[in-house]
Design a protein around this ligand. Sequence first.
Ligand code: IMP
Ligand code: MG
Length: 178
Amino acid sequence: MSLRPGESLEPLLSEEQIQSRVREMAAQIRADYADQDILLVGVLKGSYLFMADLARQLGLNCSIEFVQVSSYHDQKSTTGVVQIRKDVDTNMEGKHVIIVEDIVDTGLTLKHLKELFEVRRPQSLEVCSLLRKPEAIEHEALVKYVGFDIPSAFVVGYGLDYGERFRTLPYIAVLHES
Ligand code: IMP
Ligand code: MG
């Protein structure tokens, strides 16, 4: 993976900052759910690293599933119309479900996904997102667990991509293009 002419990366969150915040988030979730079983549903692909780290911190009480949604968008923004392209392999009814997201921008993707999941009658349904952009703060109720509130810039790394590039970066950076 290399930078293209005119592109530059400005580090925003270090690997250490991310790992320590993920530990805090897991501690909060453990406290909130006590010993109850949790079903984590990661939204592919952006959440894959966050999901792995969070699930490891949560330990034995959680099982994991993934969904993939297509939200008609170009590479940098979304229209919020969501279709499930890959669904979970398990019944959510009666379970404590937490949707695990990489980033909430407008919140439209998540709003639709939550509506689709509510119909399946989970016992509870919450959202845990590593990052949140300013626009999403308007929909405060949408996300219960937030790792970091970040400025309204396009970020990559730790799972987040730009046209499939940068996902494997261990830290998060703002992508600048001149
Ligand atoms: P929303 O529906 O506007 O909240 O869009 C959320 C989705 O857009 C995320 O799950 C990401 O896949 C993508 N996205 C939004 N902002 C960024 C960003 O800064 N970098 C990479 N992907 C982003
Ligand atoms: Mg995503």
